[in-house]
Design a protein around this ligand. Structure first.
Ligand SMILES: Nc1ncnc2c1ncn2[C@@H]1O[C@H](COP(=O)(O)OP(=O)(O)OP(=O)(O)O)[C@@H](O)[C@H]1O
Ligand SMILES: [Mg+2]
Length: 256
């Protein structure tokens, strides 16, 4: 026997997960495992089933087969709010914030999302450390000077940062990000990468991303989906050289 440390138990595992829409199988027997501090990327062509896989993991669509284990428990049939309470947070492919609220109030909503109406009434007029937490998350995202601005008036890049901040405000165990840099100007990508890197020091991140330089700089592991199934999995440098991945998705290698 060797003396290698045992692999840590995965934070999230899907086992032979399948999702069907009518007669069409959008996710086919997908098994992935995400470690507690990993940044795990899911890449693949349009329509490969990446968002559908996220929707199944986060409880928004019901899988037809297979199972999902999160933090040691079978959560296959859990609803999104129950998963969120267990520590599974997600963002959407379309940026979703409250544009008419201030930046600070968007985060306040996120920070109090898990409280019942009764708990909210009881804490009225008290800050309970809320302001300190608000300051901390604003600073972490570089939004400390924008807490009072209307969120809809921010640049698209800053709105995306705000959206990620609202998903991490409650300190999830696992964060699912669906194309966090989609549509961003080149100069807006680096702050998003920096924020994800910080977040990944305290929780797992599962990321769908088409920008391969973002994947390369962040991901500890990459799963390539094509036609709903896993084409291959491994570290980015191996996956990016795989002939099947180049043919199905990447095209000509960048350095060829
Ligand atoms: N609610 C639905 N009903 C029927 N078909 C759907 C539904 N949602 C997704 N699909 C189909 O499932 C397949 C996978 O879609 P999905 O959105 O998961 O792909 P994706 O990998 O996220 O693509 P993209 O990179 O374009 O975001 C596509 O063929 C899509 O048309
Ligand atoms: Mg998608």
């Amino acid at each position: 026997m060797g003396c290698q440390a045992p692999e840590p138990a995965p934070l999230l595992a899907t086992i032979d997960l399948a999702v069907r829409f009518g007669g069409f199988e959008a996710v086919r027997d997908v098994s992935i495992a995400v470690g507690p501090r990993a940044v795990h990327a899911v890449i693949g062509p349009n329509g490969a089933g990446k968002t559908t896989l996220f929707n199944a993991i986060s409880g928004f669509v019901k899988p037809m087969r297979g199972s999902i284990v999160f933090a040691g428990a079978d959560v296959t049939d859990h609803a999104p709010d129950r998963l969120a309470r267990l520590g599974l947070a997600r963002s959407f492919q379309i940026c979703s914030i409250f544009p008419n609220l201030t930046v600070g109030d968007n985060i306040r909503v996120a920070l109090t999302r898990d409280l019942s109406g009764w708990q909210l009434l009881r804490r009225r007029g008290r800050s309970d450390g809320l302001d300190a937490r608000l300051e901390r998350v604003l600073r972490e995202a570089g939004l400390e000077n924008e807490g009072g601005r209307r969120a809809g008036d921010l640049s698209y890049g800053r709105r995306r940062l705000l959206e990620i901040v609202t998903t991490i405000a409650l300190e999830p165990k696992l964060l699912l990000l669906d194309e966090p840099t989609a549509g961003l100007a080149r100069e807006d990508v680096a702050p998003v990468i920096a924020l994800i890197r910080k977040v990944a020091t305290r929780c797992g991140v599962l990321l769908v991303e088409h920008n391969l330089s973002v994947v390369e700089s962040l991901a500890t592991r990459v799963t390539v989906l094509a036609g709903g199934a896993v084409l291959c999995e491994g570290p980015y440098r191996e996956v990016a050289r795989d002939a099947r991945v180049i043919a199905a998705y990447i095209g000509t290698p960048r350095n060829a």
